[in-house]
Design a protein around this ligand. Structure first.
Ligand SMILES: [Zn+2]
Length: 243
C-alpha cells in the first residue's frame, strides 16, 4: 500500500478531527487518510486488521518505521519502553475479503466473520467488559440463510468464537509480549496503532502551531502564507529569529 504523508494543512485538520473523535471513529478516520478511495462507511466495515494496515502505512509515511511505545507492568507498575516497527505489524497476516471459518453451537453450524469498527462502536456503549465481549462474539456469528443467531451464548461458545476471530484476523488485535525487568512478570500488551498515530499527529500539529505562532508574531504573515513556505523555509526563518 503506497501512502503519502499528510501536508502541513492536512496535518492541522487531522489533529483537530482526532481530538474531537472518540474510539473507534478516530481509527476509521485515520484509515480513510491512507485509503482515499474508500468512504468513511466502507472503512468502518473493514476487518480491524485491514483498517489498521492503512493506519500503519500512513504512520510509516509520516513518522518512519520505528514505533516507540510505553507500557506499565500489571504486577509492580514499573514503566517499560518498548519498540516495534510498522513493518513487523504489517507482516501479521490479515483477514481475506471472505474469510470462512465456522463454529458449532448447540449442534448448529455458524460462520464467523472478523470484527469491524461498527462492532467496536456498538459494544463501546456496554459498560460491563464481559457483557461487551459476549455481544461482540454474538455480532460476529453469521447464521445460515433464514436462521437466527443463538439468543444465549455459553462462556465456552464465546471463547470458541474469540479463537476463530483471532485466527481469521490476527492483525486485528496485535500485541507485544513484554517482560518486566523489575519483577519478571510476563504479559501481552495490546498495541492500539490508531491511538499511537492520533497522539503523534496531535503532537506534530502542536509543534507546527508553535512555528506558525512565532513566525506570525515576527513577520506578520498569515497562517496560509507560513504553511505555504514549507518546512525547510519555516525552519530557516525560525533559526534567524533565534540569532
Ligand atoms: Zn513488574
Amino acid at each position: 500500500m503506497f501512502v503519502l504523508p499528510l501536508s502541513a494543512t492536512e496535518l492541522l485538520d487531522a489533529a483537530s478531527i482526532c481530538r474531537g473523535s472518540g474510539v473507534p471513529d478516530k481509527g476509521i478516520y485515520l484509515a480513510t487518510l491512507g485509503m482515499t478511495e474508500q468512504s468513511f462507511e466502507a472503512c468502518a466495515a473493514l476487518p480491524i486488521g485491514t483498517r489498521d494496515a492503512s493506519i500503519l502505512a500512513l504512520r510509516q509515511a509520516m513518522f518512519g518505521d520505528r514505533i516507540e511505545l510505553s507500557a506499565t507492568c500489571p504486577q509492580c507498575a514499573a514503566r517499560l519502553d518498548v519498540a516495534t516497527t510498522a513493518t513487523a505489524l504489517l507482516a501479521i497476516e490479515r483477514a481475506t475479503d471472505s474469510p470462512s471459518c465456522d463454529v458449532t453451537i448447540d449442534g448448529r453450524r455458524f460462520d464467523v466473520r472478523p470484527i469491524n469498527s461498527i462492532d467496536l462502536a456498538a459494544i463501546g456503549q456496554i459498560p460491563d467488559a464481559e457483557e461487551a465481549r459476549i455481544e461482540l462474539a454474538r455480532r460476529c456469528l453469521v447464521p445460515p440463510e433464514g436462521e437466527e443467531p443463538p439468543i444465549l451464548l455459553e462462556a465456552a461458545d464465546v471463547d470458541a468464537i474469540g479463537a476463530v476471530i483471532a485466527r481469521i484476523d490476527p492483525a486485528g488485535d496485535p500485541y507485544a509480549m513484554l517482560r518486566c525487568a523489575e519483577c519478571a512478570c510476563e504479559w501481552d500488551a495490546p498495541i492500539d496503532i490508531a491511538n499511537v498515530l492520533a497522539r503523534e499527529i496531535e503532537g506534530a500539529a502542536e509543534a507546527l502551531l508553535d512555528e506558525i505562532h512565532l513566525l506570525a508574531q515576527a513577520y506578520h504573515w498569515s497562517e496560509g502564507a507560513i504553511l505555504a513556505l514549507g518546512q525547510d523555509r519555516r525552519r530557516a526563518y525560525l533559526a534567524r529569529l533565534q540569532q
